[in-house]
Design a protein around this ligand. Structure first.
Ligand code: HGY
Ligand code: MN
Ligand code: MN
Ligand code: MN
Length: 430
């Protein structure tokens, strides 16, 4: 069988970048907000349409498609030694509110294009190749990041937690999943039935835009990820007496809104005091109740995202934030009604064998490349717990992401698809 890896592969690999760009543009129309923004929330109508669209491409490629109880979708190209652990690749298509059309999408549509590149080149996989669409990587609806991959790698806590999870409109995860055609079975092991065993895959790869400015600034075509930073997210609620903005004098106040504001600045202080530029902290959500200009906030709700490539440093920041929340509540005589660490995950390292394969392939394709860390998290962060893992980054415009100005050029996308295709081929023959 033709093996693009041994033959002079660089020109026999033809990436149909026009069709791929059309697919990226078409997928972006399944959005709850107007172009050029994309909003595609887990199990929404637009998410269901987008899933149908992806599944139709998987079927056109002759892949065998299966979906698990939470909507992870697997499309497999049987290898001639199909009993061996497969080589998988994939990413996500859910999009946070008012974001762009490349985050995650490049790693799903690009993976399907990599499969069609290999099929067109006459390649025959030894280990089966599998494209995974993870059901939801963004924490938007249920506050759980990498929900699909977290469950796949066997999170008992999550398989239990999902039975009670509800979104901001009080819709349960179960009802939302069922409305999208998943989670139909009634038995108790519904979610743990999703778990995959360690070694289920020989390797897992993810193609993704860098979501940072380094590759573009340095004019490098390919990023080979060596490690993924350790993410954590926290939900905090304060309660105070509230009251009339005119009649309650300052000494008598216990303002939940100001407690939240002070905690937000305390997050920034703890992060800046960590001793490393690699520590980051963000207050992405800050809600005041009742939200009337002339009413002292009686409740406030913050959601905090903090990360670092060093787990210890990240954990120190999390406990510093907790101490500040308690101290601010006492001093301002408000109640710290909840301080919930939603997730506090370790970092992940890419596998040497996968990194070397990506290096070799990039060299073979004459593509400039560099080793780098990922400050964004990805489903790969969890897949690394059950499989060798590696990630391929392509440059994106000014590093913009999670906003509609997100952009990756057809040339960069095609380069990423080529590196993915050849790395898949190489690992499939291992
Ligand atoms: O937030 C992240 O790191 C990912 O892009 N969802
Ligand atoms: Mn994202
Ligand atoms: Mn992503
Ligand atoms: Mn090199």
């Amino acid at each position: 069988p033709a093996n693009p890896f041994v033959s002079d592969s660089s020109n026999s690999l033809f990436v149909d970048i026009e069709s791929l760009q059309r697919q990226i543009d078409e997928l972006s129309t399944f959005s709850d907000t107007p172009a050029p923004t994309v909003t595609r929330i887990l199990f929404s109508d637009k998410d269901v349409l987008a899933r149908k669209y992806i599944k139709s491409i998987m079927c056109q490629l002759g892949l065998s498609v299966r979906e698990d109880a939470v909507g992870n979708i697997f499309a497999r190209w049987e290898g001639y030694e199909a009993e061996l652990p497969a080589v998988a690749t994939g990413s996500h298509i859910d999009a946070i509110p008012y974001s762009g059309k490349y985050d995650g999408v490049v790693g799903v549509l690009g993976a399907l294009e990599a499969i069609s590149v290999l099929k067109r080149s006459g390649f025959q996989p030894k280990r089966s190749l599998e494209v995974i669409l993870f059901t939801s990587e963004e924490p938007t609806r249920f506050g759980i990041s990498c929900l699909g991959s977290r469950l796949l790698v066997g999170s008992e806590q999550l398989s239990e937690g999902l039975k009670e999870a509800v979104d901001g409109q009080n819709t349960s995860f179960l009802d939302a999943a069922r409305s999208a055609g998943y989670a139909e079975d009634q038995e108790d092991n519904l979610f743990s039935s999703v778990f995959l065993k360690k070694g289920h895959y020989f390797a897992f790869l993810e193609l993704h835009i860098e979501q940072g400015p380094i590759l573009e600034e340095e004019g490098v075509s390919i990023g080979i990820v060596t490690a993924i930073a350790a993410p954590a997210s926290i939900k905090v609620d304060f309660e105070g007496g509230g009251g009339h903005a005119g009649a309650v004098l300052m000494p008598a106040r216990n303002d939940a809104g100001l407690a939240a504001a002070e905690l937000a600045l305390a997050v920034e202080r703890h992060v800046l005091a960590s001793g490393s530029v690699d520590s980051v902290g963000t207050i992405g959500i800050l809600e005041l109740h009742p939200g009337a200009v002339n009413s002292i906030p009686s409740k406030s709700h913050l959601e905090i995202d903090t990360r670092d490539i060093d787990e210890e440093r990240r954990n120190k920041i999390v406990s510093g934030i907790h101490q500040s929340a308690v101290e601010i509540a006492e001093r301002r005589r408000v109640k710290l009604s909840s301080f919930k660490i939603v997730n506090q995950d370790p970092p992940a390292s890419s596998d040497e064998l996968v990194i070397n394969a990506m290096e070799m392939v990039s060299q073979k394709l004459n593509l400039t490349h560099k080793l780098m860390i990922s400050r964004a998290y990805h489903d790969s962060l969890f897949m690394a717990r059950i499989s060798r893992m590696g990630m391929i980054f392509i440059p994106c415009f000014k590093g913009f992401s999670h906003k509609p100005e997100e952009y990756a050029s057809p040339v960069d996308i095609a380069n990423g698809v080529k590196v993915l295709a050849l790395t898949l081929a190489k690992l499939s023959l291992e």
